[in-house]
Design a protein around this ligand. Structure first.
Ligand code: PEP
Ligand code: MG
Length: 540
C-alpha cells in the first residue's frame, strides 16, 4: 500500500483500477516493406476499423448532440471511401513504403490541396483529412483514441493534463483524476469539477507503469491518493464512498426548490459550462440558467478555427436546450493556460499578463466578428447574453460595443432575426473592479471572475502549485473588490454575479448574499450544494 497527498479539487471519493495516462507523442518513421500485399491488407483492415469507429461515434453523437454535430463523423466515414485518397496510399505501399508513413504522405498531400482551394467549405476539409488520417495511423500503431482502455472506468493518473487533453476525454471512462502537477484553479481542475469527478492535483507521487490495473482510492475530502490499499482500508473507503453518494442523493430533494434564505432573500444560481453537452448536466442539476459558457473550449482540441456555422450550431443547441433560460456566453478567452496552436501566438514571458482574451479579439477582429455573428444569429433561439473577459478599461468596452453594433447591422441587413441580447463584462482584473463605477454605465451586467481577480490582486499565479498553500482564497482585498463591484453595479441599476470558483465556496455564501450579489454561477455539480447553503441562512 502506498499513500500520497494531493490538493483536492472536488470533495468526493472514487475507488477503482488505476490507469497511468501518458502523452501520446507518436513519431511516424519511414521503413522499407518487402511484403507489400500484407502491408496493403493491414492498411485496408485499419480503414475498416476506422469506419466502424466513426459509425459508432456518429450514433453516439446523434443521441448526445444531435444530427448537425453528428454529421461530421458520417462525412469522415465517407472520406475514408474516397478512391483518390485510398489509391494514393496504396500506391505508396506498393512502392515498399510502410502504411503509417504512406498515410501521412497522403494526408499532407491532400490537406495541402484542400487548403489551397478558394472555396471556404473545401478549405475546411484539410482538417478533416488530417483527422481521418491520424485515426488510421493510430489504429495502425495500436494506439487507443484517448489512450484510456474501454472496459471499466478508471482512476486516471497523469503527470499533468492540459485543458485540450481533458476536454477530449470521455468522462464515462473516468472515475477520478490524480495529477502530479497542476493547481486547483487551473482550467483542467475546473473541467474535472464540471465533470463531477473527485480529483487531486499537485500530488506528491511519482507515477509508475506498475500501477496500471492496481486498485486505487481517491479521497477528495482528505486529499489522499492510495495505491493498492489493504482490505480493511478498502472496505472503509467503499463505505465512505457510498455515504458520499447517499449525501448527494439527499441533496436531490432540493431540486425544484427556490434559492431563498430563511429571511426571504433570493439569489440566482446558474451553471458554468464549457460545451453543449454540459448544458444537459446544468439542466439536470436544476440550474436557473447558464452564467458562464466558456466558449473558448469550442476552440480547443482541434486544428483550425471553428467556423461561424459550427459555432452558431453550438450556441443554438445550448440556447434551445435551456428552453428560454438565460445563457451567458463569454467570448473566447484563449491565452495563458488555454493554448491553441493555430492562433499562432508568440511565446511570452508572462502569458497570464499577456496577449489573452479580449486583447486578442480587439487586435484580430476577424476572429471576434465570426464569434459575435454566430452568437447573434443563435440569439433568435433563446435568451442569450454576452460577456467579455479580461476588461481593464472603458475604452475597450466602447470599442467592443461599436463592433457589436456593426455585427448586428450587418446581420439585420442580411435578413436575420436577432434576439434581445444583454451585454456584460467580466470583472476579473483589479482595474475593472476599481473603475466599476464607470464601467457599470456602459453595460447591462457584471460577472465577477474570482479566479483571475484573485490571481491579479494577490499576485499569485493561479497555475503555480507552489503558491497554492499560501494563497488565501478569502483574502480581504479580494472580498473588498467584490463588494465594491456589486455596490457600483447596483448604483447604476445593473445586476452583478460571481462566476469564478469562489461562487461555490459555501463558507462565503452568506457573505455574498450580505453584499447583495444577485447571481452565483457554479459548476453543475455544485448547484444543489449552494442552494442548500442559501436555504440554511436564517436571518440577516
Ligand atoms: C475567472 O477568472 O474567475 C473566470 C470565471 O474565468 P476563467 O476561470 O475561465 O479564467
Ligand atoms: Mg478568468
Amino acid at each position: 500500500m502506498e499513500k500520497y497527498i494531493g490538493k483536492s479539487v472536488l470533495k468526493g471519493i472514487a475507488v477503482g483500477r488505476i490507469y497511468w495516462y501518458q502523452k501520446q507523442d507518436y513519431q511516424i518513421t519511414k521503413t522499407q516493406i518487402s511484403d507489400t500485399d500484407a502491408e496493403s491488407s493491414r492498411f485496408k483492415k485499419a480503414v475498416e476499423t476506422a469506419k466502424e469507429q466513426l459509425s459508432k461515434l456518429y450514433d453516439e453523437a446523434l443521441v448526445n448532440v444531435g444530427e448537425d454535430h453528428a454529421m461530421i463523423f458520417d462525412i469522415h466515414r465517407m472520406m475514408l471511401e474516397d478512391d483518390d485518397y485510398l489509391e494514393a496510399i496504396d500506391s505508396s505501399i506498393q512502392d515498399g513504403i510502410n502504411a503509417e508513413y504512406a498515410v501521412e504522405m497522403a494526408q499532407n498531400q491532400f490537406a495541402e490541396l484542400f487548403a489551397s482551394m478558394d472555396d471556404e467549405y473545401m478549405k475546411a476539409r484539410a482538417v478533416d483529412i488530417k483527422d481521418i488520417s491520424q485515426r488510421v495511423i493510430r489504429i495502425l500503431m495500436g494506439i487507443a483514441e484517448d489512450g484510456i482502455p474501454a472496459d471499466d472506468p478508471v482512476i486516471l493518473v497523469a503527470d499533468d493534463l492540459t485543458p485540450s487533453e481533458t476536454i477530449k476525454m470521455d468522462k464515462n471512462k473516468i472515475l477520478a483524476f490524480v495529477t502530479l502537477r497542476g493547481s486547483s484553479n487551473s482550467h483542467t481542475a475546473i473541467l474535472a469539477r464540471s465533470m463531477n469527478l473527485p480529483a487531486l492535483v499537485n500530488t506528491s507521487m511519482k507515477p509508475v507503469e506498475d500501477w496500471n490495473g492496481k486498485v486505487g482510492v481517491v479521497d477528495g475530502f482528505n486529499g489522499e491518493f492510495i495505491v493498492d490499499p489493504e482490505q480493511e482500508l478498502l472496505d472503509e473507503m467503499i463505505h465512505r464512498k457510498n455515504q458520499w453518494v447517499a449525501d448527494l442523493e439527499a441533496l436531490e430533494q432540493l431540486r425544484g426548490k427556490e434559492n431563498v434564505t430563511g429571511d426571504g432573500r433570493r439569489v440566482e444560481i446558474y451553471a458554468n459550462i464549457g460545451n453543449v453537452s454540459d448544458a444537459e448536466a446544468a439542466l439536470a442539476a436544476d440550474a436557473g440558467g447558464i452564467g458562464l459558457f466558456r466558449s473558448e473550449f469550442l476552440y480547443l482540441g482541434r486544428d483550425s478555427f471553428p467556423t461561424e456555422e459550427e459555432q452558431y450550431n453550438s450556441y443554438k443547441a445550448v440556447l434551445e436546450k435551456m428552453e428560454g433560460k438565460k445563457v451567458i456566453i463569454r467570448t473566447l478567452d484563449i491565452g495563458a493556460d488555454k493554448k491553441v496552436d493555430y492562433f499562432n501566438l508568440d511565446e511570452e514571458e508572462n502569458p497570464a499578463l499577456g496577449y489573452r482574451a479580449i486583447r486578442i479579439c480587439l487586435e484580430r477582429p476577424e476572429i471576434f466578428i465570426t464569434q459575435l455573428r454566430a452568437i447573434y444569429r443563435a440569439s433568435a433561439y433563446g435568451k442569450a447574453a454576452i460577456m467579455f473577459p479580461m476588461i481593464v478599461s472603458v475604452a475597450e468596452v466602447r470599442r467592443i460595443k461599436e463592433i457589436v453594433e456593426q455585427v448586428k447591422t450587418d446581420l439585420q441587413a442580411m435578413g436575420y432575426a436577432l434576439g434581445e441580447v444583454e451585454l456584460g463584462i467580466m470583472v476579473e482584473t483589479p482595474a475593472a473592479a476599481l473603475i466599476s463605477e464607470d464601467l457599470a454605465k456602459e453595460v447591462d451586467f457584471f460577472s465577477i471572475g474570482t479566479n483571475d481577480l484573485t490571481q491579479y490582486t494577490l499576485a499569485v499565479d493561479r497555475q503555480n502549485q507552489k503558491l497554492e498553500s499560501t494563497c488565501d482564497t478569502h483574502h480581504p482585498a479580494v472580498l473588498k473588490l467584490i463588494e465594491m463591484t456589486v455596490d457600483n453595479a447596483h448604483k447604476a441599476g445593473i445586476w452583478a454575479g460571481i462566476c469564478g470558483e469562489l461562487a461555490a465556496d459555501t463558507d462565503l455564501t452568506e457573505t455574498f448574499l450580505d453584499m447583495g450579489v444577485d447571481e452565483l454561477s457554479v459548476s453543475a455539480s455544485a448547484i444543489l450544494k449552494v442552494r442548500k447553503a442559501v436555504r440554511d441562512i436564517s436571518s440577516n
